[in-house]
Design a binder for this molecule. Structure first.
Ligand code: GDP
Ligand code: IMO
Ligand code: MG
Length: 404
């Protein structure tokens, strides 16, 4: 519901036990989804967050862009902790992040200079660009061996710092492909076969609504459609296949990378939020920018996704603040405006203040059992999201979840 890192991974992990398949539909290893189960902590980049449920199948859908080196490294890490890799499938429609894409990503950022987006440097933008201009290579192409000519044409004239040459790219494919070939499936056949057989599918978003390439804070966005509608495109299913849409919203806001962030706190309170919430990027280690919960952004995100319910995360982080604010309105020259004005330099914020709570919430398992000020705060978030909050997370560990 925000700029990523809301805790989608841990929410998916907690829901995944009731599903047969967990599917990723977009993005690549720009995502970092953290699961904590007991004393095990796992940061996933591309493999869906149902991986710690023993029987769930994991599907990397056609709308994703996947690095061969990255996915093999993740497979190795998962194999080490005993995950049965035969549960993982990659759609033949997914695009390959090739070894020159990260180099192009870095070069593009350098060229932007002061206007740099602060990308994760994983080559996501260049890989989606190649897909759209029809120069990309899919996993199906790899399997059929039908890619060398297109690759040669694509790489003609590519030069620059750290840019691999054609031979290096071919060698890298030859090296990694045998490790993943057995996981590549007819993605449309797989997902529709599952649905026709009544299997339950949980679709996992990556990034955040406000990073959507069409509806986020453009150009400070990622290169894919991150909103719920992107799930249809990214898996090749129709809108009627979607039964429910759960929005994951952090109890405050964070953003990593550049771009508009109206409720950002560049003062001691922001520093305190970052420290309390351990807000450092899973992928790049960068400190995340922190700020108050933004109800204007939440209403915008709720609309774009067609939510049926929501999960609020990291409420425990707010314990100990004497008072907390929620951004309830935006104004430009005195007139009330919406999220579309987020980048307006004249933007002024309306804040509503809430009483804080000193209590440690990490042991709380019922929403009804929250201290009164925390309950009032959650009710305010719920009103801005416009749908019932089904659970509230109160710690990183799987079981730290308060439900109705
Ligand atoms: P994602 O990208 O949306 O999956 O989120 P990330 O994993 O990148 O970032 C969320 C971070 O917050 C991770 O380090 C989680 O372990 C942690 N986290 C998740 N839920 C909670 C919570 O309820 N309380 C606290 N304190 N940490 C949480
Ligand atoms: P998860 O799934 C937070 C941000 C980057 C940058 C912008 C573009 O863990 O929530 P890109 O590398 O995608 O071209 O970078 O998008 N970004 C994320 N921020 N969480 C993510 O994923 C992100 N994925 C991309 O920081 O501002
Ligand atoms: Mg993340």
């Amino acid at each position: 519901m925000q700029w990523g890192d809301e805790g989608k991974g841990r929410v998916v992990d907690s829901l995944a036990g009731e599903y047969d398949i967990v599917a990723r539909f977009g993005g690549g290893d720009n995502a970092g989804h953290t699961l904590v189960v007991g004393d095990r902590k796992l940061a996933l980049r591309i493999v869906p967050s149902g991986v710690l449920q023993p029987r769930t199948e994991l599907f990397i859908g056609g709308g994703t862009v996947v690095s061969l080196e990255g996915v093999v490294a993740e497979f190795d890490k998962l194999a080490e902790i005993g995950v049965d890799l035969s549960r993982i499938r990659i759609s033949d429609r997914a695009h390959v992040v090739l070894p020159f894409h990260p180099a192009l990503d870095r070069a593009n950022e350098a060229e932007r200079g002061a206007r740099a987006l602060g990308t994760t440097g994983r080559g996501i933008g260049p890989a989606y660009t190649d897909k759209t201009v029809r120069s990309g290579i899919t996993f199906g192409d790899l399997l059929r061996g039908a890619y060398e000519e297109r690759l040669r044409a694509r790489m003609r004239g590519l030069a620059g710092e750290g840019m691999p040459d054609l031979d290096a790219v071919l060698a890298s494919i030859a090296h990694y492909l045998p490790r993943i070939a057995g996981h590549i499936v007819d993605g449309v056949g797989y997902i529709h076969g599952a649905l026709e057989n009544g299997r339950r599918v949980l679709i996992e978003g990556a990034q955040g609504t406000l990073l959507d390439v069409g509806y986020g804070t453009y150009p400070f966005v990622t290169s894919s459609h991150t909103i719920a509608g992107g799930a249809c495109i990214g898996l090749g299913i129709g809108p009627t296949a979607i039964g429910a849409v759960v929005g994951v919203a952090k109890a405050y806001c964070t953003r990593v990378g550049a771009g508009p962030f109206p409720s950002e706190l560049e003062d001691a309170t922001g520093v305190r939020l970052r420290a309390r919430g351990a807000e450092f990027g899973t992928v790049t280690g960068r400190p995340r920018r922190c700020g108050w919960f933004d109800a204007v952004a939440a209403r915008y995100a709720s609309r774009l996704n067609g939510l049926t319910s929501a999960v609020v995360t990291k409420l425990d982080v707010l314990s100990g603040f004497e008072r907390l604010a929620i951004v309830t309105g935006y104004r430009v020259d005195g007139a009330s405006v919406g999220f579309e004005s987020a980048a307006d330099p004249r933007l002024e914020l309306e804040l509503e203040w809430f009483e804080g709570w000193p209590d440690d919430l990490t042991g709380c398992r019922r929403i009804a059992g929250l201290p009164a000020p925390a309950a009032r705060y959650v009710t305010a978030l719920e009103a801005s999201l416009g749908v019932p909050v089904q659970s509230v997370s109160v710690g990183p560990e799987r079981s730290a979840l308060a439900t109705r």
